[in-house]
Write a protein that binds this ligand. Structure first.
Ligand SMILES: Nc1ncnc2c1ncn2[C@@H]1O[C@H](COP(=O)(O)OP(=O)(O)OP(=O)(O)O)[C@@H](O)[C@H]1O
Length: 313
């Protein structure tokens, strides 16, 4: 049954006391796709993933994974699923390889060569003989992925795999997820940074206070994104505002918090405004992009004061 949905979650709800941490989430992940669950801290991402792993039970709704459910299949609902919630734990006094060998033994032993193979996939083969306590946070996260791969999963669930990583660590994790997806694995990951997922995910669900604020493809999301904004510093902001009157496609406002101006509009319109500033003999001290359009949209969708209605592209 290759065309069965990897994840089919419908109306999944979970409350803790009076707090509805996950409120009627419906989400489908097709086999082979990389799916992102995005949201700010406390949006309910981890609670949702914990329900997928059967660590907590939903109060309402249904979850099936490759057609299996907890109700009908018990622990077999997780056949073919691996991953980690929050950070994976390892023995610091053992090497990366020893940790994996120990885990493989607990699972009934791994076929010959599998530990080497997964170390290779996560790019830790040449560091596998070192003790894990000397590993960077990014290396531990990748070892966590290696441990999950020991089960030869069809679906990998990763809770904020790039959280706490430096830019190089984020780049490596992103490259790893891409490689895994190319090998045909289905990946469901959570994140609270748009830029972590926009390059690697096919579909995203953006969560806000337990509910779906957006659901669709990254391309759909890009189409909805607002115009890019630029922080502008000039030698005379007063005159720069006056020049803006001739450029109705560009919105120019004072940045009261940081000083200077913010010019918002399509790239070409902003360029023509800036050229006009130079023609008017205004000195241009800085022109830097503010948030990327997708980041700006993410903040709009998840902002506490934003409209709670879901947007489905
Ligand atoms: N076991 C629990 N008991 C009580 N409240 C909980 C429990 N687990 C989560 N919550 C609350 O549910 C809400 C959603 O938390 P959750 O951890 O799912 O969010 P998240 O999107 O994963 O956030 P983060 O990015 O910070 O991990 C939060 O308000 C959290 O405090």
């Amino acid at each position: 049954m290759t065309d069965e949905l990897a994840v089919d979650a419908r109306g999944v709800t979970k409350s803790f006391g009076s707090l509805r941490a996950v409120d009627s989430i419906t989400l489908q992940v097709a086999p082979g796709e990389v799916y992102g669950v995005l949201g700010p801290n406390g949006a309910g991402k981890t609670t949702f993933l914990r329900m997928l792993f059967g660590l907590i039970r939903p109060d309402a709704g249904s979850i099936s994974i490759f057609g299996r459910t907890w109700a009908a299949d018990g622990v077999h609902a997780l056949d073919g699923v691996a991953g980690f919630i929050e950070s994976p734990g390892f023995y610091g006094y053992l090497t990366g390889r020893q940790n994996l060998e120990g885990l493989a033994l607990l699972d009934g032993g791994a076929p010959r060569g599998l530990v080497d193979e997964v170390l290779e996939v996560v790019d830790l083969a040449d560091r596998a003989h070192e003790k894990v306590r000397g590993y960077s946070y990014g290396m531990r996260q990748r070892l966590g992925v290696a441990a999950s791969l020991l089960r030869r999963p069809r679906l990998l669930i990763l809770d904020e795999p790039a959280n706490g990583l430096d830019p190089a660590g984020i780049r490596d994790m992103r490259a790893l997820v891409k490689r895994l997806a190319e090998s045909g694995l289905t990946v469901l990951l959570s994140s609270h940074h748009m830029d972590e997922v926009e390059e690697i995910c096919d579909n995203v669900t953006i969560m806000r206070r337990g509910t779906v604020a957006f659901h669709g493809t990254i391309a759909d999301l890009r189409a909805m994104a607002p115009d890019p904004g630029h922080v502008l510093r000039t030698t005379d902001d007063e005159r720069a505002m006056a020049v803006a009157a001739a450029h109705p496609a560009v919105r120019v406002e004072r940045d009261h918090a940081e000083g200077g101006l913010v010019a918002t509009g399509q790239q070409l319109a902003v360029s023509s405004y800036v050229a006009d500033l130079v023609r008017n003999e205004l000195g241009l001290l800085a022109l830097t992009p503010t948030r990327t359009p997708l980041e700006a949209l993410f903040f709009m969708l998840t902002d506490a004061d934003a409209s709670p209605e879901a947007v489905t592209a």
